[in-house]
Design a binder for this molecule. Structure first.
Ligand SMILES: Nc1ncnc2c1ncn2[C@@H]1O[C@H](COP(=O)(O)OP(=O)(O)O)[C@@H](O)[C@H]1O
Ligand SMILES: [Mg+2]
Length: 235
């Protein structure tokens, strides 16, 4: 979770429900303390990270009133009615795209994109956010159902336990690790062990680790993940 303010990062956080995705991400936010934070929080669980806003008009007005120098932390909660998510999420992404040096967190991406379709401003964010020195965290339970371009645009993938066979295969291929390494990831609330595999998508460096019982990111890999040979560089 180290980062430079000048380097855009798109972090894909993938894993089954209860696999430790949000715990890892929240722990990272506590340490990063981003100066400008905007969260899409459909499960109303990020209140500790900023001012909670539930009204889209209020979100638009609050952000429109900021100067480029202002810091802010806003947690937007779109509510329970998922039929409203489409327009709310598109507007959320359009607003986020306008803001320089933003850390944007999107929980449960599979609720708002499909394998074949992504909201236009979401695509723009994940393709061009790097020009705005953006850090983006996008969380999903189902890699097989989020839009395909997204994983390809990630600079880091953080993969927790998955249960679905298809999802395991998709993530093993994306991470470039043996399928069994993904299949064997543990998520055990009783022992507090939540394992993950991470891949830096720019360097191909791959490693694994686990949250400790307090939810902290243990940086030392527990074991080495076999990394497949890199393809010939094409650039
Ligand atoms: N603040 C907390 N304290 C203790 N346990 C928690 C806390 N938040 C979540 N958990 C537990 O940690 C596990 C992982 O939760 P979470 O990271 O929210 O999963 P998800 O992958 O669905 O985002 C779950 O078993 C959950 O019940
Ligand atoms: Mg979660």
């Amino acid at each position: 979770m180290q980062g430079s303010q000048n380097v855009a990062r798109i972090v894909g956080v993938i894993g089954a429900s209860g696999s430790g995705k949000s715990r890892w991400l929240k722990d990272g936010l506590r340490r990063m303390k981003p100066a400008r934070l905007l969260v899409w929080d459909p499960q109303d669980e990020y209140g500790e990270f900023g001012q909670v806003v539930t009204d889209m008009r209020e979100l638009v007005e609050t952000l429109a009133g900021l100067t480029p120098a202002d810091g802010f932390r806003i947690v937007y909660q779109p509510g329970d009615d998922m039929s409203t998510y489409k327009w709310k999420f598109d507007l959320f992404c359009e607003i986020a795209y306008q803001i320089e040096r933003l850390c944007v967190v999107v929980e449960e991406v599979a609720d708002v994109t499909t394998a074949g379709w992504a909201p236009p401003y979401w695509s723009r964010l994940s393709r061009k956010g790097r020009h705005r020195a953006m850090t983006m965290f996008a969380v999903t339970q189902r890699p097989a159902v989020i839009d395909k371009t997204f994983l390809g645009n990630c600079t880091l993938i953080h993969c927790c336990r998955l249960n679905d066979k298809n999802d395991i295969a998709v993530m093993a291929a994306t991470l470039g690790v043996p399928v069994d390494d993904v299949r064997n990831l543990k998520a055990d609330p009783d022992t507090g062990v939540f394992q993950f595999i991470e891949r830096n998508m720019q360097t191909g460096q791959t490693g694994c680790g686990a949250l400790d019982s307090r939810g902290s990111h243990r940086p030392v890999p527990e074991r080495n993940v076999r990394t497949l040979p890199e393809p010939e560089a094409t650039t």
